[in-house]
Design a protein around this ligand. Sequence first.
Ligand code: SF4
Length: 498
Amino acid sequence: MRNFSKSKLLALRQCPKRLWLEIHRPDLREDSEATQASFQVGYQVGDVAQRIYDPEGLGAVIDIEHEGFNRALERTRELLLSDQPVFEAGFAANGALAFADVMLPVQTDGERAWRMVEVKSSTSVKDYHRDDVAVQAFVARSAGVRLHSIALAHIDSTWTYPGDGDYRGLLKENDLTEEAFARSSEVKTWIAQAQSVDAMPSEPAIATGTQCDAPFPCGFYNYCSRDEPKALHPVDWLPYFGAKARELAAQGIIDLAGVSDDLLNARQLRVKTHTLANTVYFDAEGAAADLSPHGLPAYFLDFETIQFAVPIWKGTRPYQQITFQFSLHILDASGQLEHAEFLDLSGDDPAQSFSLALVAACGDVGPVYVYNAAFERSRISELAIRFPHYSAALREINERLVDLLPIARERYYHPSQQGSWSIKKVLPAVVPELSYDALDGVQDGGMAMEAFLEAIHPKTSAERKAQIKQQLLAYCKLDTYAMVRLWQVFAGRTDMRL
Ligand code: SF4
């Protein structure tokens, strides 16, 4: 009989078909880049957890890849006779197997017992974590481990890194012992279900649905949806229509053409009408009126940021978005366009020099246009708190922010936007000669983050770093030039050569 790993049992919890495919057709699985990136973050947090729970380095790490499965289980048994922390301890019993992130020896009633900690890179306890620890506790106890308690440790996003490799406080523990111990019979049921699913001669007949995205995007989606009817104009293109879209899908309505107008608000109706008719909506008068209170000079600003689950710079928090680059186009009162920029690839915390450069570049008067102001506003506020010396000047920039996104949303729609007002969709619609596709290397924010990480890595060559620098500068510059051109069209200033 097969032993089901914890991840297989969690796959079953998401969808029995997923479990069957993972066992019998793993070749059909296509993990998204986001899923793969989340695995990397998990490894990083796991490494730091070992340092937190074993600061003196006295513990043992089981490496299943090199030791092999049987040896890993055997060595776990040996190590649990000692009094040292054990990482990645493996257990198999009652048809399931599991590897525990952290096992810490404790004494209870004069005997050695173990405290198990599961470490997650999320910032809170999720429902599927509760299933996860229930399986861990069940397998370890079934294997004869004297388990004193089980906790789930996740990232504490309010904690600030004090520097010098001191990560105490990064993880926040939640004791889940009572509920995990109380769910043994549930876990037994999951194992029995997994055995039945595994024994099926072919995959269970399950249609795609909400389970395909929760709690994780399923890597078999392309396979499972291959024969499902595809909409020419998917209902998903309607903004903020998620719940109703799922209701309609259950009734077989997947195309905009089948959606009753009565269900739609004004913006959704606009998307439907202009998408189906393949026409452009542009309220030029309204857009010009929105922009008329703001004169010249005008500034067009965009940031690039990086975030780390495990902070690397003193004074920063886990997952804090740290600004490392800006581009700023400046349109002066005479209609002359200039450009300023900042990019720090030194590998040191870029935030202070970023603040200084931003304050110097933004001048004293004139609107500062951004696209989706909440993002820039939050970053500037955070910088103002971190660097009191620039606080007043940074807050003044915040006062001058003017958001182009709501104007675009309200006044413009092109069918090629497919229900999105991201600047990547709006720019080629409004200014067809400009497109992000023409950029070399970095073409979106996610790629900019990856490029930044590669550039600051000590092993990256100077030549490659120079190439990345050029790509990042070109990408961010296009973002703010796109805003200039959107402003030009929306403000009705096509008389200007920009
Ligand atoms: S894509 Fe959906 S239906 Fe297919 S295996 Fe995954 S969760 Fe199940």
